[in-house]
Design a protein. Structure first.
Length: 84
């Protein structure tokens, strides 16, 4: 299965850039029919993870994917799975 990865460590302090990158990677996955996107938000204080989850829960985004899985072995990343 093809997978895209988005590492948010480099842009974690730039709120608008985070949203732009999340939009970009979700759109790319949908356009290219990629099965999964791995989003690395890091462990930190949890604020970046909350930002990512709020973004993924928006109705216009939520309709694009099938589910979000939290990695049980690494709390610093999420997997967004798409219907193909």
């Amino acid at each position: 299965m093809a997978k895209l990865t988005l590492d948010l460590h480099e842009i974690c302090k730039k709120g608008r850039l985070i949203e732009n990158e999340l939009n970009r990677v979700i759109a790319e996955a949908v356009d290219k029919r990629i099965g999964m996107v791995e989003i690395i938000h890091g462990k930190g204080s949890g604020q970046l993870k909350k930002t990512v989850l709020r973004f993924l829960n928006r109705p216009e985004i939520k309709k694009l994917y099938s589910r979000v899985d939290k990695d049980s072995k690494n709390f610093g990343r999420l997997f967004v799975r798409f219907k193909n």
